[in-house]
Design a protein around this ligand. Structure first.
Ligand code: FES
Length: 108
C-alpha cells in the first residue's frame, strides 16, 4: 500500500497507508486529516487544496482546465498546488507528501 504523508500548516505529520484508487480528499476524511472538501469533490470550492512535494507532483497526471481555474482562486497557491479531490492514489505515489495550506477559500 502506498504511504501518503499529510503535513499540517504547523508542521505536524500524519502518515497513512492508502488504498490505491482512493482520492486524497477521501483519504483525509477517513483519517481525520483536516481537509474540508466542501463541495465533496465536484471542483467547486478549492477547500481541498494541497501542496504536493515536487517529485510526486511530477508523477501526477496533468491538471484539467477546471482544476486550474479553481486553483487560481485558492489561498496560498504554490507551483505544486493541486486539488486533493482530483488526486487519485496510486502505487507510484508512495511517499507523497502533501502540505496543507494555513487557510482555504471556499468559492461556493
Ligand atoms: S472538494 Fe471542492 S474542489 Fe475539491
Amino acid at each position: 500500500m502506498p504511504r501518503i504523508v499529510f503535513i499540517s500548516a504547523d508542521g505536524e505529520r500524519t502518515e497513512i497507508d492508502a488504498a490505491p484508487g482512493t482520492t486524497v480528499l477521501h483519504l483525509a476524511w477517513d483519517s481525520d486529516v483536516d481537509i474540508e472538501g466542501a463541495c465533496e469533490g465536484s471542483m467547486a470550492c478549492s477547500t481541498c487544496h494541497v501542496i504536493v512535494d515536487q517529485a510526486s507532483f511530477e508523477r501526477l497526471p496533468g491538471l484539467s482546465e477546471e482544476e486550474e481555474y479553481m486553483l487560481d482562486l485558492a489561498w496560498g497557491v504554490r507551483p505544486t498546488s493541486r486539488l486533493g479531490c482530483q488526486i487519485v492514489v496510486t502505487d507510484e505515489l508512495d511517499g507523497m507528501e502533501l502540505t496543507l495550506p494555513a487557510e482555504t477559500n471556499n468559492q461556493m
